[in-house]
Design a binder for this molecule. Structure first.
Ligand code: ADP
Ligand code: MG
Length: 275
């Protein structure tokens, strides 16, 4: 099948849900790797102090490595903190170190504290339209958020134009979404009118259960076409990959998890063309 077309401008996508364990990090790294495999130029920004996205992308994130913390607190340039992913061409990563845990508090007393990330991203020469940034431009910047709605996530929502919400196809799937959407409305009103919930991705879908299809139906009733048709199946291969510092896209490219992330990436690209 043909490679996908590049978007006309960098799509800055924020993967957020204040609920932990819904598949934010897994979706960030695998969608990013899938898009890169499809010929896109992709930057992942790890905004979770746990650094799980950095681990999965095989990027060192011990203390002292230039990181998202330096971007936000020390105003380092994006070019000075990003690294190429060693296992995937076309993919770059800003790792998160444990220092980032303190940033949530350190940022409180800083001027324009919620727009630090936005500034850092848009200052980079590879971010923008084809005319501005040329062929070297990033097609996607994907931001992996921590499981909270604090200043780190707020920075991502101010920086991003599109929000991706992973929803685990489980009991209580919709719990907490009201609060998340209220936060989005607040940000739209006061800080970033461009923000749009563009994508909802059903993760850890167990096709054998009635529950999963009920949840999927309920989510589609609420969110309509925002929900990707592709869902991500629950698969051991997906959860094993990070312990080998890999995404499932390289760990087991033919597995159902990898194929579904590839399909989800294609769907995201197609939907982007219609925006
Ligand atoms: P979050 O970033 O939202 O906290 P993670 O992406 O870390 O969530 O996922 C939570 C856990 O679920 C991890 O252990 C991860 O490996 C596992 N997981 C995520 N997606 C899948 C999947 N499709 N199949 C099986 N396990 C998954
Ligand atoms: Mg995570």
């Amino acid at each position: 099948r043909p490679a996908i077309t590049r978007p006309q401008r960098t799509r800055v996508m924020v993967v957020a849900n204040q609920k932990g364990g819904v598949g934010k990090t897994t979706s960030t790294v695998n969608l990013a790797a899938a898009l890169a495999q499809l010929g896109q130029r992709v930057l992942v920004i790890d905004l979770d102090p746990q650094g799980n996205a950095s681990t999965a992308l095989n990027i060192e994130h011990r203390r002292g490595v230039p990181s998202t913390y330096d971007l936000l607190v020390n105003e380092d340039k994006l070019a000075d903190v990003m690294q190429p992913c060693p296992d995937q061409a076309g993919l770059w990563v800003v790792p998160a170190t444990i220092d980032l845990a303190g940033a949530e508090i350190e940022l409180v007393s800083i001027v324009a504290r919620e727009s630090r990330l936005q500034k850092a991203i848009y200052a980079h020469e590879w971010v923008g339209t084809a005319a501005e940034a040329g062929d070297d431009r990033f097609d996607y910047v994907i931001i992996d958020c921590p499981p909270s709605l604090g200043l780190l996530t707020l920075n991502a929502l101010v920086a991003g134009a599109e929000m991706v919400i992973p929803i685990q196809a489980e009991y209580y799937a919709l719990e907490g979404l009201g609060m998340l959407l209220e936060t989005v409305e607040m940000v739209k009103k006061h800080l970033n009118q461009n923000l749009d919930v563009s994508t909802i991705l059903l993760t850890m879908y167990d096709a054998r259960t009635r529950l999963a299809s009920n949840v999927a139906e309920e989510v589609r009733e609420h969110f309509g076409d925002t929900v990707l048709k592709t869902y991500i199946p629950r698969s051991v291969r997906v959860s094993e990959a990070p312990s080998y510092s890999q995404t499932v896209m390289t760990y087991d490219p033919g597995s159902p998890g990898a194929l579904s992330y590839l399909e989800a990436a294609r769907e995201m690209a197609r939907k982007g063309e219609q925006r």
